[in-house]
Design a protein around this ligand. Structure first.
Ligand SMILES: NC(=O)c1ccc[n+]([C@@H]2O[C@H](COP(=O)([O-])OP(=O)(O)OC[C@H]3O[C@@H](n4cnc5c(N)ncnc54)[C@H](OP(=O)(O)O)[C@@H]3O)[C@@H](O)[C@H]2O)c1
Length: 169
Protein backbone atom coordinates (compact mmCIF):
# COMPACT_ATOMS: atom_id res chain seq x y z
CA UNK A 1 0.00 0.00 0.00
CA UNK A 2 1.23 3.48 -0.84
CA UNK A 3 1.30 5.93 2.09
CA UNK A 4 1.40 9.62 1.28
CA UNK A 5 1.91 12.21 4.02
CA UNK A 6 0.19 15.50 3.18
CA UNK A 7 0.51 18.63 5.33
CA UNK A 8 -0.05 22.37 5.08
CA UNK A 9 2.59 24.39 6.92
CA UNK A 10 4.19 27.79 7.41
CA UNK A 11 7.53 28.46 5.72
CA UNK A 12 9.24 27.32 8.95
CA UNK A 13 7.33 24.04 9.20
CA UNK A 14 4.55 24.98 11.65
CA UNK A 15 1.21 23.18 11.14
CA UNK A 16 -0.79 24.79 13.98
CA UNK A 17 -0.58 27.34 16.77
CA UNK A 18 0.11 26.22 20.34
CA UNK A 19 -3.65 26.49 20.97
CA UNK A 20 -4.12 24.08 17.99
CA UNK A 21 -5.68 26.69 15.68
CA UNK A 22 -4.67 26.65 12.00
CA UNK A 23 -6.00 30.15 11.28
CA UNK A 24 -2.71 31.26 9.63
CA UNK A 25 -3.09 28.66 6.87
CA UNK A 26 -5.18 29.31 3.75
CA UNK A 27 -8.50 27.49 3.22
CA UNK A 28 -7.03 26.69 -0.19
CA UNK A 29 -5.19 23.80 1.54
CA UNK A 30 -8.50 22.12 2.33
CA UNK A 31 -9.38 21.70 -1.34
CA UNK A 32 -6.05 19.92 -1.86
CA UNK A 33 -6.66 17.75 1.20
CA UNK A 34 -10.11 16.82 -0.14
CA UNK A 35 -8.82 16.17 -3.67
CA UNK A 36 -5.89 14.02 -2.51
CA UNK A 37 -7.99 12.11 0.06
CA UNK A 38 -10.61 11.26 -2.54
CA UNK A 39 -7.92 10.21 -5.04
CA UNK A 40 -6.31 7.93 -2.42
CA UNK A 41 -9.67 6.67 -1.20
CA UNK A 42 -8.75 7.01 2.47
CA UNK A 43 -7.26 9.48 4.95
CA UNK A 44 -5.71 8.77 8.34
CA UNK A 45 -5.47 11.31 11.18
CA UNK A 46 -4.47 11.33 14.85
CA UNK A 47 -7.18 11.68 17.48
CA UNK A 48 -6.06 15.19 18.51
CA UNK A 49 -6.37 16.38 14.92
CA UNK A 50 -9.93 15.11 14.81
CA UNK A 51 -10.68 17.06 18.01
CA UNK A 52 -8.87 20.23 16.84
CA UNK A 53 -10.35 20.30 13.36
CA UNK A 54 -13.89 19.82 14.62
CA UNK A 55 -13.33 22.60 17.19
CA UNK A 56 -11.24 25.21 15.36
CA UNK A 57 -11.63 24.87 11.63
CA UNK A 58 -14.13 25.55 8.92
CA UNK A 59 -13.24 22.11 7.59
CA UNK A 60 -16.06 19.58 7.63
CA UNK A 61 -14.84 16.01 7.30
CA UNK A 62 -18.34 15.04 6.06
CA UNK A 63 -17.53 16.94 2.85
CA UNK A 64 -14.71 14.50 2.05
CA UNK A 65 -15.91 11.45 0.19
CA UNK A 66 -13.55 8.61 1.18
CA UNK A 67 -12.78 6.15 4.01
CA UNK A 68 -11.73 7.95 7.20
CA UNK A 69 -9.51 6.48 9.90
CA UNK A 70 -8.66 8.06 13.26
CA UNK A 71 -5.81 6.62 15.34
CA UNK A 72 -6.14 6.50 19.14
CA UNK A 73 -4.96 4.23 21.92
CA UNK A 74 -8.35 4.68 23.54
CA UNK A 75 -11.57 2.76 22.96
CA UNK A 76 -13.62 5.44 21.27
CA UNK A 77 -16.36 5.68 18.68
CA UNK A 78 -16.50 8.51 16.16
CA UNK A 79 -19.36 8.73 13.69
CA UNK A 80 -18.31 7.97 10.08
CA UNK A 81 -14.74 7.11 11.18
CA UNK A 82 -12.98 3.78 11.58
CA UNK A 83 -10.94 3.78 14.81
CA UNK A 84 -7.47 2.17 14.70
CA UNK A 85 -5.10 1.69 17.64
CA UNK A 86 -1.66 1.90 15.97
CA UNK A 87 -0.19 2.85 12.57
CA UNK A 88 -0.08 -0.83 11.55
CA UNK A 89 -3.70 -1.34 12.65
CA UNK A 90 -4.72 1.72 10.58
CA UNK A 91 -3.07 0.25 7.48
CA UNK A 92 -4.62 -3.19 8.05
CA UNK A 93 -8.03 -1.55 8.36
CA UNK A 94 -7.48 0.54 5.21
CA UNK A 95 -6.43 -2.63 3.37
CA UNK A 96 -9.53 -4.48 4.60
CA UNK A 97 -11.60 -1.61 3.17
CA UNK A 98 -9.96 -2.19 -0.22
CA UNK A 99 -7.75 0.94 -0.21
CA UNK A 100 -4.55 0.71 -2.26
CA UNK A 101 -3.23 4.07 -1.07
CA UNK A 102 -3.83 6.29 1.97
CA UNK A 103 -3.31 9.94 2.80
CA UNK A 104 -1.75 10.39 6.24
CA UNK A 105 -2.55 13.92 7.26
CA UNK A 106 -1.41 14.78 10.75
CA UNK A 107 -0.88 15.90 13.27
CA UNK A 108 2.74 15.97 14.36
CA UNK A 109 2.56 12.97 16.70
CA UNK A 110 0.92 10.51 14.32
CA UNK A 111 3.17 11.73 11.47
CA UNK A 112 6.24 10.87 13.55
CA UNK A 113 4.78 7.50 14.59
CA UNK A 114 4.48 6.52 10.88
CA UNK A 115 7.91 7.98 9.99
CA UNK A 116 9.64 6.12 12.83
CA UNK A 117 8.27 2.86 11.46
CA UNK A 118 9.46 3.80 7.96
CA UNK A 119 5.92 3.52 6.60
CA UNK A 120 5.73 6.75 4.54
CA UNK A 121 6.44 6.56 0.78
CA UNK A 122 5.79 10.17 -0.28
CA UNK A 123 5.62 13.56 1.44
CA UNK A 124 3.59 16.46 0.02
CA UNK A 125 3.86 19.82 1.79
CA UNK A 126 1.89 22.94 0.96
CA UNK A 127 4.19 25.77 2.07
CA UNK A 128 2.06 28.79 3.00
CA UNK A 129 3.49 32.34 2.93
CA UNK A 130 3.67 32.77 6.71
CA UNK A 131 6.22 32.37 9.49
CA UNK A 132 5.23 31.46 13.04
CA UNK A 133 7.71 31.52 15.89
CA UNK A 134 5.79 29.25 18.26
CA UNK A 135 3.54 26.33 17.49
CA UNK A 136 3.30 22.68 16.50
CA UNK A 137 5.77 21.50 13.85
CA UNK A 138 5.10 18.96 11.12
CA UNK A 139 6.78 16.22 13.22
CA UNK A 140 6.89 15.79 16.99
CA UNK A 141 10.42 15.23 18.29
CA UNK A 142 11.28 11.69 17.42
CA UNK A 143 14.24 9.57 16.37
CA UNK A 144 14.14 9.21 12.57
CA UNK A 145 15.81 10.66 9.51
CA UNK A 146 15.34 10.14 5.78
CA UNK A 147 16.73 11.36 2.51
CA UNK A 148 14.06 12.68 0.15
CA UNK A 149 13.98 12.93 -3.63
CA UNK A 150 12.20 15.99 -5.06
CA UNK A 151 9.46 14.90 -7.51
CA UNK A 152 7.48 18.08 -8.31
CA UNK A 153 7.21 21.76 -7.37
CA UNK A 154 3.86 23.46 -8.06
CA UNK A 155 2.84 27.07 -7.55
CA UNK A 156 -0.74 27.13 -6.20
CA UNK A 157 -3.14 30.00 -5.45
CA UNK A 158 -2.68 32.41 -2.53
CA UNK A 159 1.13 32.19 -2.64
CA UNK A 160 1.24 28.51 -1.70
CA UNK A 161 4.03 26.30 -3.07
CA UNK A 162 3.43 22.56 -3.15
CA UNK A 163 6.50 20.34 -2.82
CA UNK A 164 6.23 16.64 -3.50
CA UNK A 165 8.99 14.28 -2.36
CA UNK A 166 9.63 10.56 -2.55
CA UNK A 167 11.04 9.05 0.65
CA UNK A 168 14.27 7.23 -0.21
CA UNK A 169 14.20 3.80 1.46
N1 LIG B 1 -1.68 22.03 8.94
C1 LIG B 1 -2.01 20.79 8.71
O1 LIG B 1 -1.93 20.28 7.57
C2 LIG B 1 -2.52 19.95 9.83
C3 LIG B 1 -2.97 18.66 9.56
C4 LIG B 1 -3.38 17.87 10.63
C5 LIG B 1 -3.35 18.36 11.92
N2 LIG B 1 -2.92 19.62 12.15
C6 LIG B 1 -2.88 20.13 13.52
O2 LIG B 1 -2.06 19.29 14.33
C7 LIG B 1 -2.47 19.43 15.70
C8 LIG B 1 -2.56 18.08 16.38
O3 LIG B 1 -1.29 17.44 16.33
P1 LIG B 1 -0.81 16.56 17.58
O4 LIG B 1 0.59 16.13 17.31
O5 LIG B 1 -1.06 17.32 18.84
O6 LIG B 1 -1.81 15.32 17.60
P2 LIG B 1 -2.18 14.14 16.54
O7 LIG B 1 -0.96 13.54 15.95
O8 LIG B 1 -3.26 14.62 15.63
O9 LIG B 1 -2.90 13.11 17.52
C9 LIG B 1 -2.19 12.54 18.58
C10 LIG B 1 -3.03 11.41 19.12
O10 LIG B 1 -3.06 10.34 18.15
C11 LIG B 1 -3.02 9.09 18.82
N3 LIG B 1 -1.74 8.45 18.50
C12 LIG B 1 -0.57 9.05 18.14
N4 LIG B 1 0.39 8.11 17.94
C13 LIG B 1 -0.19 6.92 18.16
C14 LIG B 1 0.26 5.57 18.09
N5 LIG B 1 1.54 5.28 17.76
N6 LIG B 1 -0.62 4.57 18.37
C15 LIG B 1 -1.91 4.85 18.70
N7 LIG B 1 -2.40 6.12 18.78
C16 LIG B 1 -1.55 7.13 18.51
C17 LIG B 1 -3.11 9.40 20.31
O11 LIG B 1 -4.51 9.50 20.58
P3 LIG B 1 -5.16 9.20 22.05
O12 LIG B 1 -4.65 10.29 22.94
O13 LIG B 1 -6.64 9.27 21.81
O14 LIG B 1 -4.67 7.83 22.45
C18 LIG B 1 -2.45 10.77 20.37
O15 LIG B 1 -2.80 11.52 21.53
C19 LIG B 1 -3.81 20.15 15.66
O16 LIG B 1 -3.64 21.50 16.02
C20 LIG B 1 -4.23 20.10 14.20
O17 LIG B 1 -5.04 21.20 13.85
C21 LIG B 1 -2.51 20.43 11.13
Amino acid sequence: MKIILFMAQSVNGMIARKNLSEDFLSNENFSDFKKLSEKCGCFIIGRKTYDAVTQYNEINFDDVNCKKIVVSRKKINIKNFIVAHSPEDALEKADAEGCRSVLLTGGATINSAFMQKNLVDEIIVNVNPFVLGEGIGIFSESNFENNLELVTVKKLREGIVQLRYKVVK
